[in-house]
Design a protein around this ligand. Sequence first.
Ligand SMILES: Nc1ncnc2c1ncn2[C@@H]1O[C@H](COP(=O)(O)OP(=O)(O)OP(=O)(O)O)[C@@H](O)[C@H]1O
Ligand SMILES: [Mg+2]
Length: 233
Amino acid sequence: MTATVSSNKALLTAANLNKTVQVGEQSLAIIKDVSIHVDAGEFVVIMGKSGSGKSTLLGLLAALDYPDSGSVKLGEQTLSALGEDALAAIRQREMGFVFQSFHLLPTLTVAENIAFPLDIARRPDQVRVDELIEAVGLGHRRDSLPNQLSGGEQQRTAVARALVSRPKIVFADEPTGNLDEQNADQVMQLLLDLRQQTGSALVVVTHDPALAEMADRVITMHDGVINGSKVNG
Ligand SMILES: Nc1ncnc2c1ncn2[C@@H]1O[C@H](COP(=O)(O)OP(=O)(O)OP(=O)(O)O)[C@@H](O)[C@H]1O
Ligand SMILES: [Mg+2]
């Protein structure tokens, strides 16, 4: 359904990822030998029931967490071999994030939250920020603080923030999970529209089958492994 802006070249390549957590005396494997790639511009959805490992996998792909073994490459860079500072720089420059619970900075206005990734990268661009504020329909709310916004408005702010620096890849963990159907549709449409404009790849964890239909590819997880992969045509 969605036009693919894929170059058919893998942007993100994860190979043989394993992650174990310690629960009391027991060590529990929660990601088991998972390999996955995401092409430039591709829209990949990850589904699977609660506890199957979706958020853990997303965290590994986005280098928010280290695997116990296996590797994650973004372009030519092996993320799993880098230290925290280098990873932080790559996340800042090349990745965008949207979380279920919005994660806006509470003391910053809508405009300042959206500008934040550009500001910390010392690449301020007010024109781009203004363009994004308008694109997500929050021109009248630019000076509001997050706690003065509805959930839908907060998530539209988060979507604008995720895309403002034209990242190569955007990760979203149940971005519509806290929204009613109407707001969920609007937020998802904005995410897809902005992605079309930037050509960013998009990896979304969701329980929403309607969203999965819009993806280029749907991956299903079960008990720490990928047990299904379907290309939408
Ligand atoms: N730090 C941790 N310590 C112990 N167990 C953990 C930890 N993080 C995750 N788990 C367990 O690993 C499994 C996978 O968790 P994960 O959050 O990735 O699931 P999920 O697919 O995102 O679920 P949901 O749909 O509910 O968000 C779960 O059984 C969870 O309880
Ligand atoms: Mg989760």
